[in-house]
Design a protein around this ligand. Structure first.
Ligand SMILES: O=P(O)(O)OC[C@H]1O[C@H](OP(=O)(O)OP(=O)(O)O)[C@H](O)[C@@H]1O
Ligand SMILES: Nc1ncnc2[nH]cnc12
Length: 176
């Protein structure tokens, strides 16, 4: 399947979860087995060489865990607030349509471990930057992030590049 085929599997819902947001919904991509597998394969190729994969709750778990299993690498779950039973480090952040908090177990990372971030979508980059900050605080090296969808108009890729994180996106939605 080509990137264009995969892009055609993403559904756009206007004004969700707030007026003015064009919501790029991966539910329809996940519902196509070959499309899901091709997306995971593409992401895995982009992050090959990393020593662990981090994914952000919730949609980042779907792709991140699949990529980890595909590459035989550890998966580091970065969770929304209040979900982890251990001592955590956390960070508040802003995303395209609100505010939230991410937390992780700092002991899940070994010092200097090369960790790649995988998520479904990059918009403002608030979520991925928060994950990068947390992972680095825990001792990881983070230099690559791979997404199924990039929204270049929202500047996430530039913000991550400013933090020395190289961004890859399987498809982009720009100006539409
Ligand atoms: O680049 P940003 O502006 O930060 O936006 C991107 C983030 O927004 C979505 O997550 P959301 O917080 O909606 O949570 P979900 O995965 O639980 O749906 C998406 O899965 C990304 O993680
Ligand atoms: N436009 C968008 N569509 C789907 N998920 C998102 N997360 C942040 N912005 C989004």
């Amino acid at each position: 399947m080509t990137p264009a085929d995969l892009k055609a599997l993403v559904r756009t819902i206007p004004d969700f979860p707030k007026k003015g947001i064009q919501f790029r919904d991966i539910t329809t991509l996940l519902g196509n087995g070959r499309g899901f597998a091709a997306s995971v394969e593409w992401l895995a190729d982009e992050v090959r060489g990393a020593e662990a994969i981090a994914g952000m709750e919730a949609r980042g778990f779907i792709f991140g865990a699949a990529v980890s299993a595909r590459l035989g690498l550890p998966f580091l779950p970065i969770r929304k607030s209040g979900k982890l039973p251990c001592q955590v480090i956390g960070v508040d952040y802003e995303l395209e349509y609100g505010l939230d908090r991410l937390e992780m177990d700092p002991q899940s990372v070994s010092d200097g471990q090369q960790v790649a971030i995988v998520d479904d979508l990059l918009a403002t980059g608030g979520t991925a930057l928060a994950a990068t900050a947390l992972l680095r605080k825990a001792g990881a090296r983070v230099s690559r992030a791979a997404f199924v969808i990039g929204l270049p108009d929202l500047g996430g890729s530039k913000r991550l590049a400013d933090e020395a994180v190289d961004v890859r996106a399987l498809m982009e939605f720009a100006g539409d």
